[in-house]
Design a protein around this ligand. Structure first.
Ligand code: FO1
Length: 344
């Protein structure tokens, strides 16, 4: 009898029937875009790595605004019009806090307060932010994986003319982005470690997608966590969506922040912050004149409608991104009805 062939000690590679995508995300713009992405690419293969440098403690509660925007968006309970928090909110808790004399410039709705009470109890009982976030996504029926960029404390501090150094939320919400910015730093970033699963997800990813978030204060802190930027350079496919349209951001201080970072407040300026790990930039169709500037960075520029005023617009934009990554409908792992036909 011939001898049996030697058995390989290497496990068979199992290729999942959907693309593995890592999305880098801030708050409002990312939440809108991701609602589209999960309708054109199977959410089971999507890992969202979220900025946590905006996290803040209010009234003794731990608030993670960008994680909540992403999770609420994916769970379809986000208030799209306001850009943060939950739809159908009431504000009785905040009114009571005000009556009791607390500062209430950072508005927390009653249902949203439930999230922060729940998160704070678990964190104070010793669970990490990534453990709590995993439980949050499970409870809200979110199929995509949502990971904080780190479980370590990282805080964006903004030094403002005449006011000294402010917490990001003091600059953004309390001062309404009015003060002149002198300096921005991500306190704790250099000592932070990527949260469990972040580097593994990047190493296994077929593609990285940079959501249309503020490149300086939303994506910047993620890239400042040691190891993440280097890992992203090894991912085969990459697309970023420009958050700037016609020289303006749809929400927030993106333009002021880009000026502060010393780059042009347009797609080429955004691209210059990503060019070392990102091959393609989706540029708004109104910014056609910025295409040569993006291409001069060695990136491919693709024109599309990037304003997501309706869910259908987010789905169309996400489909452009999916096509640029080279995944067709079948490879995206979704049933034929998913794109366009099954919008909730
Ligand atoms: N943004 C505001 O402009 N005003 C607020 O009062 C406010 C409260 C708030 C509460 C919970 C939460 O998750 C987000 C909240 N945001 C508020 C948004 C948040 O400040 C920013 O969108 C992000 O930090 C930037 O991505």
């Amino acid at each position: 009898m011939p001898a049996a062939p030697p058995r390989s000690s290497r496990p068979l590679a199992v290729v999942p029937p959907f693309p593995r995508v890592v999305a880098l995300a801030g708050g409002t713009g990312a939440a809108k875009f991701l609602r589209g992405l999960i309708r054109v690419i199977d959410p089971v293969g999507i890992t969202v790595v979220v900025n946590t440098a905006d996290d803040v403690e209010r009234h003794g509660l731990l608030v993670s605004p960008d994680i909540d925007s992403v999770v609420y968006g994916l769970a379809d309970v986000h208030d799209e019009e306001r850009g943060w928090g939950l739809r159908g909110e009431s504000w009785q808790g905040l009114a009571m806090l005000e009556l009791l004399g607390d500062d209430t410039w950072f508005q927390l709705g009653d249902r949203d307060l439930g999230t922060h009470v729940w998160r704070t109890a678990r964190r104070r009982a010793g669970q990490s932010l990534s453990q709590v976030t995993a439980a949050q996504t499970r409870a809200l029926g979110v199929a995509a994986r949502v990971l904080p960029m780190t479980d370590d404390p990282v805080t964006t501090r903004v030094r403002c003319a005449g006011l000294g150094e402010l917490h990001f939320q003091e600059y953004f919400v309390r001062e309404r982005c009015a003060p002149e910015i002198e300096a921005i730093r991500f306190e704790g970033a250099e000592r932070s470690r990527p949260a469990p699963g972040v580097l593994e997800a990047i190493a296994e990813a077929d593609a990285v997608v940079v959501c249309p978030s503020n490149p300086v204060i939303s994506i910047g802190p993620i890239l400042a966590v040691p190891g993440i930027r280097e890992a992203l350079r090894t991912v085969p496919q990459s697309v970023a969506v420009s958050p700037v349209v016609n020289g303006r951001a749809l929400k927030g201080p993106t333009v002021a922040m880009l000026h502060h970072a010393g780059v042009e407040a347009g797609p080429a300026g955004v691209g210059s912050l990503y060019a070392d790990f990102c091959a393609t930039m989706v540029v708004d169709r109104r910014d056609v004149l910025s295409v040569p500037g993006v291409e001069a960075l060695g990136m491919r520029a693709v024109l599309a409608e990037t304003v997501m005023d309706r869910l259908e617009a987010a789905v169309s934009l996400a489909a452009v991104v999916r096509d640029q990554l080279g995944f067709d409908d079948d490879q995206a792992g979704l049933p034929a009805c998913a794109e366009g036909g099954c919008l909730r």
